[in-house]
Structure formats: structure tokens, C-alpha cells
Ligand binder design. Sequence first.
Ligand code: SF4
Length: 454
Amino acid sequence: MSAEPKGYRERSRKLLAGENPRAAVTKATLHHFHTRERAYAELPIEEWRSYAEGVKNHLLSHLEHYLDQAERSLTAHGVQVHWAETAQEARAELARLVSRYQVKRVVKAKSMLSEELEVNPWLESLGVSVLESDLGEYVVQLAGETPSHIVGPAFHKTLADIQALFAREFGTPPQAAPDVLAAAARSRLRQAFLEADMGISGANFVVAETGTVALIENEGNIRITTSAPRVHVVLVGIEKLLPRQRDLAPFLTLTARAATGQRLGNYVSLIRGPKGGDPDGPEAVHLIFVDNGRLRLLADERSWETLRCLRCGACLNACPVYRQTGGHAYGWVYSGPIGAVMAPAMLGSRAAGPLPYASSLCGACAEVCPVKIPIPALLLAGRQRAVLEGEATALERGVISAYGQAMLNPALYRAGARALRLGRMALPWLRAWSDGRGGLQPSPKSFRELWSER
Ligand code: SF4
């Protein structure tokens, strides 16, 4: 997967300087933050979160068993199951299916895994046209961009941005109302659904016990993507299983509440296989289980908990850092707190660059996470990993080493603390830190001085 997290600082500075994306992201994330708050308040949410954490932990500690069971259940309904250890293998599997079914046109439902695997450019390189059917994804595709949020790919766009884009693409009036814009997209997409040979989707869950593929959405596009074309391909990470059918209902509502503050998505599709004797539905359903580094995460005691992630985006909406820049600053497919945690584990510390530091560690992400992923602790582990792998800067190493010396020598500690208080504004790198924060005044006396006075 192409990833450029190293340029995080430069991209953030640029995004912070522009008003539009910042205002759009803040507005959209705050809206979802508050709707989630209200939806959580209707449940004994701590019990639900503990239940969801427990189910996912059980699944992850018996993953091989449930993957075997899922394959048997899916196959029993006529779903053809494939396995891909890497992104290359997943793309090669897709290429085989494209050639086998002589596919020329694909419609795609929103899927972060397909972004991770870079499916669109791959299919286009095979001469296949790909159209995103989710409205936000479609906007991003038309603009030649990538999604900036797990749930709201176009959160960074204002209404004026989309009006200008659609005026250029479809000739809609420059001040067109949102329903006019949606109608313009719908008429183009409707034709694409009818002409597509293959529909590609992700999956919110695959139930191992029954082989049910569950998808949540609000627009109805996933239902058409998975049923109108003659072939449906599901791309799913190996961690997206649920053990039992009875786990599905609570996970569906928990995901919707965390993501958008709805009690349930407008549409929930439960797919069991090809159409068989039914008049509607695809002739063939293929499901590709993708590892692409997930087993490595599972074996890592600092990162395995990220595999509980439901990709609900609640941690992005809660994060005061993400809200200022949006997802493009992060430079890879997964942004926000969960992206900053996954980057060092999946890409390595060098490639992840400063992402584990893109957090104030306020803990808001962990408070909202429906599966209780301890994101701040994992961010700290990412920072520790960077130091252990030799990625700390010379300045950071120097400061920590000086701090260690000072902590061993009380006189040195006192002198250092005094010098820092007095010299704060004189040191350019400290001024750079304090310039971004309001009202930071050093105490006239140190804690030790106050303590000895008492
Ligand atoms: S880490 Fe938690 S809050 Fe963030 S996307 Fe994953 S499940 Fe949602």
C-alpha cells in the first residue's frame, strides 16, 4: 500500500492554513460526535462495550477455528472463498475473477480494505472501469482524491466545493441544492449499476456460524452493488468475523450508534450466497479473506487489540487533532487515532514517521471506542517502538538523556528547572511549542520551592 505518513507535519501545516477543509471537517466530526453521544446514552453503554470487547477478544484468540468454520459455512451456501496473504495476492485473485467473468465494468461499495489494497488503480490498469457507488466516495473519486474519513470519505468537502465539482462534471447550477446534487449523482450511478458486470463490496461482519455477510449503509447503494451485477466479490479482512449469529444484532446497532449516532443503518444487507433459484441477485458470489499484515498484528502484544476495530470512525470524530486537519494529513489509508496506532505496526516505525505523536493523549478516542481499544496506551507503545527501532530524533534522544541525568542529580535538576522557566521564551524550539498554545505561563516558583516553604 502506498503510504506517506512521513510528510504529516508539512501536510498538517498546509491544511491548517486553509479555512475550507478545516471548517468542513470540524463541522462534520462534531455533528457525528454529538449524535453518537445521544445514541450511546440510550443504552447501558459500558456493558455493551465490555460485551463487544469480550466477543472480539474471544474471536481473535480462536481466529483459526472461526476462519475454518466461516469457510465451511460460506461454501455450504455456494459462496466461493479465496485467501490472500498479501495485497498483491488479493489483487491477483481479483484479476483472475475479472478475466474469468470477462468483466469490463465494476461498481464498488465503500470499503476501506479496497483502499488499503489499492483496488481501483489496479482494476483500471487491467482496462476495467470502476465507479464508486457511495455518494461520498463518488465525490472523492470525481475530485481525484482519496477518502479523508473511514465513514465520511468527503468530510473535508464543503457544500460549495461539491457544487463547483458537480457544476463542472454534470453542468448542475453553481448554487444547486443538495437534493439536486444527489439526483445528478443518482442518475449517473443508476446507469452504471445496470451496465456493471461485477459489484465489489467490503463486509462489516462475516458470521462464522452461519456464513452470513453483513453490510450496513444509509444510501441503498450497497444493496444494489451486491445484487444487480452478475458477480459479487466481497473483500474482507480476516479479523472481521463474528462467532455466532446472535452476536450480529448487538454489533450492528453498536456500529451504527458509534459511527453515525443511528440506532441502526438505514439498510442492513445479510448476504448468504448467489441467487440460486431466486429471480434477483448475482449468479456468483466470491469472498476474499485478506491478511495483509493482520496476523503479524495479532502476534504483536503491543498491537493486537487494534484488530478489534469496527472501522466506525468514532475515534476520529472525538479526536481534537484529527478535527483540525482531517484525514489527508496522515498520508495513508487509515487516519486519526486508529490510523496513528496501526501505522507503526503495519508499516514499521520508519514509514509511520511522526503519526504516533499526532495526539495529545487526551483519551477521548478510548472513551468512545465501542470495542474499548486502549488507543492512548497503544500510541505510547508506538512511540516506544520508534525509540527502540532507532527512529527518535537526535534532539529527542539528547533531551531524554539530559532529563535522565537531571533526575539522578537533585542540584542539576533544580538548576535545569530554573533555567527552563527563565529561558523558555529565549529557546526557539520551546517558543515554537508554546506559540501554538494560549496562556502558557511558567509558575514563578517550582513545586519543590512551594513544598519546602510549607
Ligand atoms: S478504534 Fe474504535 S472508535 Fe476507532 S474506528 Fe476502530 S472501533 Fe471505531
